[in-house]
Write a protein that binds this ligand. Structure first.
Ligand code: ATP
Ligand code: MG
Length: 770
């Protein structure tokens, strides 16, 4: 047996070695599914298969990166870098860019994120004079998304009796018309939304047999992780691509299917068995991740689900500690207790911060934990939510980049035509947009056509619009000649975004300015590594990666020692030594989003809880609060049924006779909580239950505000030299390793204690010598 196969058990090894034909690996959480895929790829490479003929599809960018790193460590980076490995969206956007011409798109097409899609839908609803209270943009967006994921195109949608009937029943009979207009405007804008990346790939492979044949030839071996969460659109792509070689291996766990709201179909596993009648099935049941207590507790919960493939998941690790249930008076105290526990156990048990994860049901819950961790000086990174790239100032600058790369990009155009202010009002913009849509052209085509402008606008407005398009044209000319960083810096200053942000000297303004600078630093890193690795380093190459960032990506690009905060959905496939599952309250988890829940919805929520529990290697903590602010209102909460569904022998739970609370005002039985040692209580939480949290909130806000406004005196960049100890307002303390460039473009490489190495342009970075 070859060395690298020693890290596998018998069934895993058989699954790895069975490289020809179709394999289905159905297995429990933590049983080594992803490990089997990783080793299988290694095995293929060691047996002479070319990396460029292997297609491996993962659910998140992070998973792809981790797998690639692991493979690189076994076969070397020179081989692993040629693998086709990534999320469905990243791999197929790459293919679409190569073949874009065939479907009438520019190869530099823009990828609209969900905010762009929603804005476009809003515009269409407005232009059609529909009421957006009846036609809720969110609902329309999710109908369109569902249609796309089921391969129902905008042309077909309105002809289907079932969609027409359904839309009629939700009193939105015109969704089909909106969908058609949406598709048209995306096409005119040279833009695709996330679902389009799969829909258009399907269309490309269906309508162009020579292209299908090309990729069928290229991809001799296909592997798919988290197969239980593929949707119909993804399923069809895989099926088509695998049709010649039939070397396909999919791994999945039906108990972890948590994306049905996005159209994932558990039936794809059953279809697989029909599509490849000669397939082999491998079942893995030993969990190598978690202690026995965690595995047994998770099993006791999932057993409550009726629909599942029977599996006997077990662990041979140590018994482990019981799951600790933490009950807090308020959501604030919940944050405090979690931060405390992390601080204490880290010291006591010598954990790293990165050994901890805080998992929640909805992104909105993260704020409380951010505050409590910050107060204890615990570094963290957040995945999803309002991530770095979603911040207003960042999106503004990125929209400039987008328009420079693809001038047809209407959403980018709309966002920046009057930012920084150029005296082009909303009326003019609406006129531009409507005229363009009516004449089947993109806004740019209209806005850059002077005679057309003069026929529709007065001279003054026409001149302002023209000036804007000329500005973009000047940047466009540099797309080929400048690298990403050079052009990005020119745009940041030439657009006057920097000047506009610099004017705002409030703490928020300063932080926005710094964010832009952090973005530019990231782009510079991209340019440097592109140069070193000999890969393309233009602005459009940078934007290809950024456009694919999703909820599963972190707000901090660097991977240092930090506590991870993310939704449970994003945590799929990951593992941490210590896991806090927070906000386990009725109506929050299980969630009551989208109204009434069916039995099937509850089963999906339960699978989600199962996913959360099985992320942990050593310790699980479950927390809930009895009061929480929701939509600006203080609400009383009940402990979630999910905690009671865990067999009590696996729990360390405080006996609390006051666990039942009522939401109606007549009968609130909110009793005094059990006395706790003073040290375990957050300051300001010790008196009456309703008024204190408010006060606590106010106090902590005041404290935060003060901290941020405390003046930070910068040193003159000219004084700073290599070897000096410096401080940055946000990155903290560090040492200057190297200085490069001439004033005013001096660039310093600084090693920060908390965040690691960074390259900073001194004119933006503002360091203080200490
Ligand atoms: P999930 O269902 O969460 O996606 P998974 O089935 O993909 O989990 P992996 O992530 O591949 O499981 O493996 C879980 C952990 O167990 C990893 O840390 C992995 O390295 C380890 N592991 C898997 N198989 C073995 C083995 N045979 N020997 C030692 N460790 C193993
Ligand atoms: Mg996995």
């Amino acid at each position: 047996m070859q060395n690298y196969l020693e890290g596998l058990n018998e069934t895993q090894r058989l699954a790895v070695e069975n490289i020809h034909g179709a394999s289905l690996i159905i297995a429990g959480a933590g049983s080594g599914k992803t490990r089997v895929l990783t080793y299988r790829i290694t095995h293929l490479l060691k047996n002479g298969v070319k990396p460029g003929s292997i297609l491996a599809l993962t659910f998140t960018n992070k998973a792809a990166r981790e797998m690639k790193d692991r493979i690189a460590s076994m076969v070397g980076q020179n081989t692993s870098r040629h693998l086709w490995m990534g999320t469905f969206h990243s791999i197929f956007s790459r293919i679409l860019r190569t073949e874009a011409e065939l479907i009438g798109y520019p190869s530099t097409f823009t990828i609209y994120d969900s905010a762009d899609s929603k804005n476009l839908i809003k515009s269409i609803i407005k232009d059609m004079s529909l009421d957006d209270k009846t036609y809720k943009p969110n609902v329309v967006a999710s109908r369109i998304s569902a249609a796309k994921n089921n391969l129902v195109s905008s042309e077909v949608y309105s002809t289907l009796p079932e969609t027409a009937e359904y839309d009629q029943s939700i009193r939105m009979p015109l969704i089909g018309v909106i969908y058609k207009e949406y598709a048209k405007r995306c096409f005119l804008a040279g833009a695709m939304d996330f679902d389009d990346l799969l829909l258009k790939t399907n269309a490309l492979l269906r309508n162009h047999p020579e292209i299908l044949a090309k990729y069928q030839r290229i991809f001799e071996y296909i592997l798919v992780d988290e197969y239980q969460d593929t949707n119909h659109s993804q399923y069809m792509i895989i099926k088509k691509l695998a049709a010649t070689h039939n070397n396909i291996c999919v791994v999945g766990d039906d108990a972890q299917s948590i994306y049905s709201f996005r159209g994932a179909r558990i039936e794809n596993i059953l279809n697989f068995q029909k599509d490849y009648p000669n397939h082999k099935v491998f079942k893995l049941e030993q969990n190598y991740r978690s202690t026995q207590n965690i595995v047994d507790a998770a099993n006791s919960v999932i057993a409550k689900n009726k629909r599942q493939i029977q599996k006997n998941v077990f662990s041979e690790k140590e018994k482990g500690t019981l799951i600790k249930v933490m009950s807090a008076i308020t959501d604030n105290e919940e944050g405090y207790l979690v931060a405390n526990e992390i601080g204490d156990t880290r010291m006591r048990e010598h954990y790293q911060f990165s050994d901890y994860a805080i998992l929640y049901r909805t992104n909105a819950q993260s704020r409380i934990f951010e505050e409590s961790l910050r107060k204890r000086n615990i570094p963290y990174k957040i995945y999803g939510g309002l991530s770095f790239y979603q911040r207003k100032e960042i999106k503004d600058l990125l929209s400039y980049f987008r328009l420079v790369i693809n001038p047809k990009d209407n959403e980018a155009f709309k966002r920046i035509i009057n930012y920084p202010a150029r005296g082009i009002g909303q009326t003019s913009l609406t006129k531009l947009e409507q005229f363009a849509a009516q004449n089947n052209i993109c806004i740019w085509e209209f806005a850059s056509n002077i005679p057309l402008l003069l026929s529709e606008f007065n001279k003054g407005t026409a001149a302002k619009i023209n000036e804007f398009t000329r500005l973009i044209e000047v940047f466009r000319e540099k797309l080929e000649t400048h690298n990403a960083f050079e052009l990005a810096s020119e745009i940041a200053t030439g657009s006057e975004i920097m000047k506009d942000l610099y004017k705002d000297q409030t703490p928020e303004g300063v932080s926005r300015f710094e964010n832009i600078q952090e973005l530019l630093n990231g782009i510079q890193e991209f340019s440097i590594s592109a140069r070193e690795e000999g890969t393309p380093g233009q602005l459009n190459n940078y934007m290809e990666d950024v456009a694919l960032l999703t909820d599963q990506d972190s707000d901090k690009p660097e991977d240092t020692d930090r506590v991870t905060m993310m939704t449970i959905h994003s945590a799929k496939g990951l593992e941490f030594k210590n896991v806090f599952i927070v906000g386990i309250e009725e109506n929050l988890f299980p969630s009551n989003q989208n109204g009434q829940k069916t039995a099937e919805d509850f089963e999906e929520e339960r699978r989600l809880f199962y996913v959360a529990l099985t992320r942990a290697e050593q310790h699980v903590y479950l927390s809930y609060a009895r009061q929480r602010y929701k939509w600006g209102k203080l609400e009383f909460c009940n402990k979630s049924r999910f905690i009671d569904e865990i067999d009590s022998q696996y729990l360390d739970q405080p006996v609390d006779k006051d666990q039942v609370f009522y939401n109606d005002n007549q009968e609130i039985t909110f009793a005094t909580p059990k006395p706790k040692p003073q040290s375990a209580m957050a300051p300001g939480l010790r008196a009456s239950a309703t008024s204190q949290p408010d006060m606590f909130r106010k106090l902590s806000k005041l404290r935060e505000a003060k901290k941020e406004t405390d003046a930070f005196e910068y040193s003159n960049p000219e004084e700073i030299q290599a070897g000096m100890l410096v401080e940055h307002q946000r990155f903290g303390r560090g040492k200057v390793l190297q200085m490069e460039g001439k004033s005013p473009d001096i660039q310093a490489t600084v090693f920060f204690q908390n965040t690691g190495k960074k390259q900073l342009l001194l004119k933006f970075a503002k360091l203080r010598i200490i």
